[in-house]
Design a protein around this ligand. Structure first.
Ligand SMILES: [Zn+2]
Length: 291
């Protein structure tokens, strides 16, 4: 149906209190699985890639596949670049056809974060209908280019939020609130709900301006995800779980069919596994029928 940016999907989601999943893919098979699951549920979706697959597969290849699949799908689909720390590379992906760009300058000092985020936001708004996500505070764990050990991780300072939003012109904000990338070391990760609520009120209390993003979806309990959505989170990133689904399904298929040499069957097994994982998240996000 439509190639959209994230901002338009998330304004509607925030108002109606559901979330749109941003699913991290590394291959064509995963991209198809994520889209098929959303078509089946009539749900909007954000396909995201980190920087590594754009270098391995090529930015233009990823965009071409996205366009081909999105143009014929009966749902709105956004293509998002996740955690890019390089301003020039953000611009390159925007030029190529990504519809949402995350400039992650969260490891930089506050002023540098503002300048870099502002530069990407201005560029993306100038060249087209591309929305931009910024990060304040640092989400712990490992995410492609960005590595943060937990002791270094720091939460988003609510006192900086309004200045950041106003000076950068950013469209979406990812505040660090205690979620992490990778696998949580504890069953009940400590999430700072109060901080999240405060940040939402500061930015969007008067009128909705900048939807909030939750990073590190994998491993969060369902009640945590639902509570964050009820407090205003409208984009939830899921990466690690899809990687596990893909690798586990591949391993299982090969183990069960050791004498077979039919890659298409492995792809089918991966597609089924990823689609099931994604369908489960769609249920948690409450976005069924929202496309
Ligand atoms: Zn992230």
């Amino acid at each position: 149906m439509s190639l959209v940016n994230a901002k338009e999907l998330l304004f509607k989601a925030t108002k109606e209190k559901y979330a749109v999943g941003a699913f991290n893919i590394t291959s064509l098979v995963q991209m198809e699985a994520v889209i098929e699951a959303h078509v089946e549920c009539k749900a909007p979706v954000i396909i995201q890639t980190s920087v590594a697959p754009t270098k391995l597969l090529g930015v233009n290849v990823l965009v071409a596949v996205y366009r081909t699949l999105a143009e014929s799908a009966p749902i709105p689909i956004c293509l998002h670049l996740d955690h890019c720390t390089d301003v020039a590379y953000c611009k390159k992906c925007a030029d190529a056809g990504y519809t949402n760009i995350m400039i992650d300058a969260s490891k930089q000092p506050f002023e540098a974060n503002i300048q870099q985020t502002k530069e990407v936001a201005e560029y993306c708004h100038k060249i087209g209908n591309i929305s931009v996500e910024g990060e304040l505070g640092t989400v712990s764990g490992v995410e492609d280019q960005v590595r943060v050990v937990e002791s270094e991780s720091e939460l988003c300072n609510p006192n900086q939020v309004l200045e950041f939003v106003e000076r950068t012109g950013v469209d979406l904000l990812a505040p660090a609130i205690g979620t992490a990338h990778g696998i949580y070391k504890t069953k009940n990760p400590k999430i700072d709900f109060e901080r999240f609520e405060k940040i939402f009120d500061l930015v969007n209390g008067q009128s909705l301006r900048v939807p909030l993003v939750v990073h590190g979806g994998t491993g969060l309990p369902r009640e945590t995800v639902e509570r964050l959505i009820s407090l205003g989170g409208s984009k939830v990133n899921v990466s690690t779980e899809l990687k596990h689904s893909m690798i586990d399904a591949t391993y299982q298929y090969i183990t069960d069919h050791r004498d077979e040499y039919d890659p298409g069957k492995i792809d089918s097994a991966v597609k089924d596994a990823v689609r099931k994982t994604v369908m489960n998240w769609i249920g948690w996000f409450g976005c069924t029928g929202k496309a």
